[in-house]
Design a protein around this ligand. Sequence first.
Ligand code: HEM
Length: 153
Amino acid sequence: MNHFAAAADISGRADLDVVLRRFYTAAFADRGIGPFFTEIAGTDLEAHLPRITDFWERALFRTAEYRRDAFAPHAALNSARALTAADFGRWVQLWHATVDGLHRGPNAERAKAQGERIALALHERLAGPEASMASEDGLGFVPLAALELRSVA
Ligand code: HEM
């Protein structure tokens, strides 16, 4: 393998499988957000992966169906332990790092931008519109998410 070859774009479900497996391995192991999966929800990764792959395949390529309620599990988590701006910032940071570590191109950019948008939307819906402005621990959403200066219109 040529280690200097340019990374290719995310091109379909097979690529998403690899990205998502790597992302959730990192997320489960993370000191900050890992316990939401491992301790609070008791998530079965092998059950979660096909659903989340459908979710992302639909979001990026419209080639899969996803008809489940993605908000409900986060509302349940948030009642068990509040999901903070820093938690969502960490999610976005791991998402960006995973995508950037494997891919480069327009779909990779869309995946990062959409992840960030959904994280912000989830946080605002759970914590109210003030959520994106500040957080209780001073680690706001934006500073962690802004790994690169770019617009996410
Ligand atoms: C700190 C942030 C987050 C945490 C801790 C978190 C955690 C979780 C957990 C524990 C579940 C339930 C899995 C299970 O046991 O069935 C879940 C489901 C889900 N998450 Fe997140 N999540 C976060 C952010 C996000 C974001 C930003 C997205 C958007 C891409 C997302 C997409 C989903 C989807 C689509 C499901 C539903 C899967 C299904 O159909 O059941 N999550 N999340």
